[in-house]
Design a protein around this ligand. Structure first.
Ligand code: ADP
Ligand code: MG
Length: 571
């Protein structure tokens, strides 16, 4: 390990030289009480910034043991510290100084969801923060004075402010951890109450905009209506830290969310989609939880499908195309939605979340008149309405469905929730009345059972990460696109993917999966093994380098990314 002075002397020596000379800085430096580790220096000021980390001995950082005494507490504390570090960057650093990313610090600290992330690593002996620094340059010439400022003034101040327990507000850390722990506890209680989701009274579900996931705030545009459970579905759950909480319990089965346009149906569904994750205090969805295996399904025409059994929904395609093992380079709305469902079931999902708005109409419904005009033997599609009940009865897979237009589902619903001016009203009883007055004239076309669930074995050769001269090259382009070798993977239909750090982790995880987990087992078994190792070893098992830019994805999004790789071949 070098001394602090050594770093200072090196920076002065390379001042004014070409940017590449910064490479000399790589190494460890004693910045007592912390260790500075310059892990990887970038070759130019416009490229991704350089990877840097700091390690503080736990004794110095001073976090009481109880703040990280369980897995969930550790995740919550790390998430808190990452956000705190990010805030310290904002407050302390001067921002851009020089060309490109010169002068900037960056930590991958997340948005509304609390995820396991590797930018902050709490180990028994040390707390480590991993971040990026844009080493300053004017054009391509090193600006040593600014670099000195970053390393010797800004960084130690950030570390001091963000990573020492004595400089944090103890109540705020404690509260953060408790809120996260409570959400985890709420989610764990769902099963014993036969619920698939819970929305606490007082929750704020709407978001500021389609591109801003923070809670909507009251404005001239109108009030924000806090959530309130209808009496019929109200239930009390307990929280280890903040005591009992009342709210709407959504039971297992077939649940419809109906109501007029713009009354808050999709807003409720989206909150339920996100309820598979924990949220930061103040998000408004801290008491909205959904079972872990809830999956949002949507239509996605044009997608790739490789050997998926979609026969519960699609049969007798023209020219006898196989639907027990259906493949296509270019799925239609209905076949894409059928494949998405079957792939979710393959991975063990117990809850499908579907919005009529983003579904293929002919997948959702086929009404009596259309049945009369187009005979069943000429229609390959068995609409979801004929399978939704079997899905629950045969496989205990529940569905929450947002509907504005398809009344044929009323026959199959366990509960019907009407959204009226953003508030839920139970209309299950009225729906039964409607069924009696207007009995359906459509014929059930779904047979007597749902059918089997798929299980496939991807071939390891499907995953070629080579690009040009590089044996492994995996990039992410925004939240919803991975470039794996030369294979572009479009994730735009994965609505529960929330952070680019998850997308990155998925890219890396696909490589690990192909390398170590894909041999001779099903997709589900292989990925379960990988996720178990991830749980044990943390996100660092995914990357050969020390990086701080990964957040934990769910097994579902990982599988769904693999399913969308056009190079995927199933044995
Ligand atoms: P629907 O799916 O029923 O057509 P949306 O869920 O898209 O309706 O909601 C319509 C609009 O109302 C959205 O702009 C949304 O942000 C807003 N909104 C939803 N719930 C609330 C609420 N509780 N308070 C205030 N505005 C809301
Ligand atoms: Mg809607």
């Amino acid at each position: 390990m070098h001394s602090r002075d050594h770093l200072c002397q090196t920076i002065r020596r390379i001042d004014g030289k070409g940017y590449k000379a910064y490479k000399e800085l790589q190494g460890l430096y004693d910045f007592s009480p912390f260790v500075l580790s310059i892990d990887h220096v970038q070759g130019d000021p416009f490229a991704l910034s350089s990877r840097v980390s700091v390690q503080i001995p736990s004794a110095t950082a001073g976090f009481p043991q109880q703040l990280f005494s369980s897995k969930i507490r550790k995740v919550a504390l790390a998430d808190y510290l990452a956000r705190n570090f990010d805030q310290a960057i904002d407050e302390i650093t001067k921002g851009q100084r020089g060309t490109g990313k010169s002068g900037l610090f960056f930590i991958e600290s997340g948005q509304q969801e609390v995820l396991e992330r590797n930018c902050m690593d709490i180990r028994p002996e040390v707390v480590e923060a991993r971040f990026l620094m844009g080493l300053p340059a004017d054009g391509r010439r090193i600006l040593g004075r600014h670099a000195e400022e970053m390393f010797f003034i800004e960084l130690p101040t950030i570390v001091d402010q963000a990573l020492l327990f004595e400089n944090l507000t103890a109540e705020s850390v404690q509260q953060y951890i408790e809120v996260i722990e409570d959400q985890e506890a709420l989610r764990e209680q769902l099963k014993e109450h036969s619920l698939v989701a819970f929305v606490g009274n007082g929750s704020t579900l709407p978001r500021r905009s389609g591109v801003d996931d923070r809670p909507l705030v009251e404005s001239n545009a109108g009030p924000v209506i806090p959530f309130r459970s209808p009496p019929e579905l109200e239930i009390e759950l307990s929280q280890p830290n903040r005591g009992p909480i009342r709210g709407m319990g959504i039971p297992e089965g077939v649940i419809l969310i109906v109501g007029g346009g713009f009354h808050g149906k999709s807003t409720l569904l989206r909150a339920l989609e996100r309820g598979v994750y924990n949220h930061i205090p103040g998000d408004g969805r801290e008491w909205t939880v959904t079972i872990d295996s809830g999956v949002k399904i949507r239509a996605e025409d044009g997608r790739y499908v490789e050997k998926v059994d979609i026969s519960p929904f699609i049969n007798n395609l023209p020219y006898a195309k196989d639907t027990l093992s259906f493949s296509t380079e270019n799925a239609s709305g209905s076949t894409s939605q059928a494949a998405y469902i079957m792939e979710a079931l393959e991975m063990g999902s117990k809850l499908l979340l579907i919005d009529e708005d983003t579904s293929a109409t002919n997948f959702i419904i086929r009404d009596a008149r259309m049945q009369a005009l187009v005979e069943k033997k000429r229609e390959p599609i068995t609409p979801f309405v004929d399978k939704v009940r079997h899905l629950y009865e045969d496989h205990l897979v529940s569905t929450i469905l947002v509907l504005g237009g398809s009344g044929d589902y009323l026959d199959h619903a366990d509960q019907v929730i009407l959204m009226d001016q953003y508030l839920p009203v139970v209309v299950t009883h009225q729906a039964k009345g409607v069924i009696e007055i207007f009995p359906t004239t459509r014929k059930a076309e779904g047979g007597t059972e749902f059918g089997g669930l798929p299980s496939r074995r991807p071939a390891a050769r499907s995953f070629d990460a080579r690009r040009g001269k590089r044996p492994v090259k995996i990039d992410v382009h925004g939240l919803k696109k991975i470039l794996f070798g030369t294979t572009e993977v479009d994730l735009s239909a994965l609505e529960q993917l929330v952070e680019i750090a998850q997308t990155r982790a998925i890219g890396e995880a696909i490589f690990c999966y192909a390398d170590r987990y894909a041999q001779d087992v099903s997709l589900k078994e292989g990925l379960q093994k990988l996720m178990a190792d991830l749980h044990e070893g943390g996100l660092d098992i995914l990357s050969p380098y020390k990086v701080g830019n990964l957040a934990k994805p769910r097994i579902f999004e990982l599988a769904f990314a693999i399913n969308r790789m056009r190079s995927l071949k199933v044995q």
